[in-house]
Ligand binder design. Structure first.
Ligand code: OOG
Ligand code: MG
Length: 256
């Protein structure tokens, strides 16, 4: 299969909710560079179908997430407008395969960040806001099993996200140690703190800006940046109620 065909197969898996075999299992040679190209082709297909780009995401930036999927390198992907779930909304099961939820820190910038050479200081100076968030990941691969190249080609399993309303910028100094709970049907299933993400989730933004620079791209002001799951992701089924609780705000949804 050529890269365009792989991109189409992955998009088809999204549209038909039918999981596929890992690309790396079928292709003799499938490099990380190939995978990045497939991801870019997938974005192009989405844009041609009328979707809109609304942000970027980092993934596998915490030990918990890396162990979760057995891939030990940070990855990046894109967010589409259609991924956004309104606060206290519903997450549709019939448009997904085997979704999981994870608590994240979302960042919005007030000015473009263009690498190379972006520092943590540059990120702090460019901040418009820091928001409690959650991401829905939904691997297009059977049994949620993949290698680094597979998950990059699959736009890092991106499927949905919710961003809170409370801007934590004024609490930047205590952000890293804020306690976060994930509840499923009222029961606590995960606990964590933003420090789990590279020691500081703002480093995730720095990394993204410098990595986008390799493709001569910047992080534009105003877009959503997800910095990566803080805890292991939590699977959920039809009828489950999920709450991600921060000291300042609770994000919740029901799977329908
Ligand atoms: C890969 C996506 C990782 C994160 O926040 O670490 C990710 C996956 O878990 O399927 O979004
Ligand atoms: Mg994530």
């Amino acid at each position: 299969m050529n890269k365009q065909e792989i991109a189409e197969m992955l998009r088809n898996a999204v549209l038909t909710q039918t999981p596929i075999t890992q690309v790396s299992r079928n292709e003799k040679v499938f490099s990380l560079t190939d995978a990045k190209e497939v991801q870019a082709m997938g974005l192009q297909l989405a844009l041609e179908a009328g979707e809109a780009l609304c942000g970027y995401k980092m993934g596998l930036t915490s030990k918990a997430k890396q162990k979760d999927v057995n891939v030990f390198e940070p990855i990046q992907g894109y967010l589409l407008r259609s991924f956004e779930i309104p606060k206290a909304g519903v997450v549709k099961m019939n448009t997904r395969i085997h979704p999981r939820v994870e608590p994240e820190v979302a960042v919005v910038l007030k000015k473009d960040l263009r690498g190379p050479g972006v520092t943590l200081r540059d990120v702090v100076n460019a901040l418009e806001g820091i928001y409690p968030a959650l991401e829905i990941v939904d691997s297009r691969y059977e049994n949620f099993i993949f290698k680094l190249e597979d998950v990059v080609a699959d736009n890092t399993s991106a499927s949905g996200f919710m961003v809170g309303r409370v801007n934590l910028l004024a609490e930047l100094n205590s952000l890293n140690l804020m306690g976060i709970l994930v509840r499923k049907n009222g029961r606590i299933v995960e606990t964590g703190a933003p420090a789990a993400v590279l020691g500081d989730p703002l480093l995730s933004v720095m990394y993204l800006a410098n990595s986008l620079a390799e493709e001569s791209k910047s992080i534009p002001a105003g877009v959503v940046v997800l910095t990566g799951g803080i805890t292991q992701s939590v699977s959920f089924e039809m009828g489950d109620r999920i709450e991600v609780e921060w000291p300042q705000e609770v994000l919740s949804f029901t799977a329908e």
